[in-house]
Write a protein that binds this ligand. Structure first.
Ligand code: UGA
Ligand code: MN
Length: 324
């Protein structure tokens, strides 16, 4: 009796094991990522957007949604924090060249969402068609700078950065915040890929050096025992945060928990926008130094030379119309 039971058990055992294994294997589940890869290229989807201000790029949206449906969601720990890059931009002869360089960089960064904000009353055809082919998740916003603020001695891009912040807050108002990091990526700067790796781990507000700024080869936060204790700068050392817009990132959580933090026009001077904004959300003691305790330059405040159009005809002479 006992041996009959035993032999039946051993005959059934392999079948039971096969059934258990079959039930456990989900063919759609992606292979686990062993390390979080900071870079990968092929982005083909546009996503994000908002109902009020603006329209989002619809490129590949259906395809993206279909793909998401067939894939089980990743475990939260496997998800890289999304980097939201807010880029103010305005129409000028070099605009498309600047945006092309920027997109070529961003395309190499995983999980990056580009919030491009045009300084215009309407979306331009140039930027719309550029974004449609950029192969990047993006949101295309626009808001014009009031004429009275278009003066060389006044800060630039205040309204555009605020539109980006408003979109972010609106998009996340009903969800518990997904991990995310925001930074302000002006369209003319130069960004190394390592910079994105550094900023991705921002817990609240992180900082790093910026090259070619403030009349020096670089500016940087001075760090002692892992804390920011001052600033290496050649210009207005009295600034509470003597840092360029390209020198910091803020976690999405901090943006959402400080809903009133915005860039201000009133009383603001060029070079003080960063301090005025950062004062609203953090303190110097709280800053997280990146780039090897702020000893490496991973972003450059490059400025494109004004292009020479002295020989450009007043009226269109060519037989074709070419977008530049
Ligand atoms: C410096 C800082 O790096 C900027 O972040 C800061 O906004 C600026 O000073 C300021 O004074 O407000 P700078 O190179 O002098 O930068 O400024 P731009 O690169 O000319 O402009 C900053 C961003 O605003 C760019 O992305 C640019 O495309 C955009 N912008 C500029 C507009 O959207 N509208 C404008 O009329 C001018
Ligand atoms: Mn600039």
């Amino acid at each position: 009796m006992k041996s009959a039971l035993c032999s039946r058990f051993f005959i059934l055992l392999p079948w039971i094991l096969i059934v258990i294994i079959m039930l456990d294997v989900d063919p759609r589940r992606p292979a686990p990522q062993l390390t979080s890869r900071p870079y990968f290229s092929p982005h083909t989807v546009g996503c994000g957007g908002s109902r009020v201000l603006l329209r989002r790029s619809s490129l590949g949206r259906d395809a993206a949604e279909k793909r998401n449906e067939s894939r089980p969601p990743l475990h939260p720990e496997q998800r890289l924090p999304t980097i939201y890059a807010i880029t103010p931009t305005y129409s000028r002869p070099v605009q498309k060249a600047e945006l092309t360089r920027l997109a070529n960089t961003f395309r190499q960064v995983a999980q990056l969402h580009w919030i491009l904000v045009e300084d215009r009353a309407t979306r331009s055809e140039l930027v719309s068609s550029f974004l449609a082919r950029a192969g990047l998740p993006n949101t295309h916003l626009h808001v014009p700078t009031p004429r009275r603020y278009k003066r060389p001695w006044l800060p630039r891009a205040t309204e555009q950065r605020n539109a980006g912040l408003a979109w972010l807050r609106q998009r996340h108002q009903h969800q518990s915040a997904q991990p995310g990091v925001l930074f302000f990526a002006d369209d003319d700067n130069t960004y190394s890929l390592e910079l994105f790796q550094e900023m991705r781990t921002t817990r609240k507000v992180s900082v790093w050096p910026v090259g070619l700024v403030g009349g020096r080869r670089y500016e940087r936060p001075l760090v002692k025992n892992g804390k920011v204790v001052g600033w290496y700068t050649g210009w207005r050392e009295d600034r509470p945060f003597a840092i360029d817009m390209a020198g910091f990132a803020v976690s999405l959580q901090v943006i959402l928990s400080n809903p009133k933090a915005v860039f201000k026009r009133r009383g603001s001077q060029p070079g003080m926008q960063e301090s005025d904004f950062l004062k609203q959300i953090t303190t110097v003691e709280e800053l997280e130094p990146k780039a090897s305790n702020c000893t490496k330059v991973l972003v450059w405040h490059t400025r494109t030379e004004k292009v020479n159009l002295a020989n450009e005809p007043k009226y269109h002479l060519d037989t074709v119309n070419i977008e530049v």
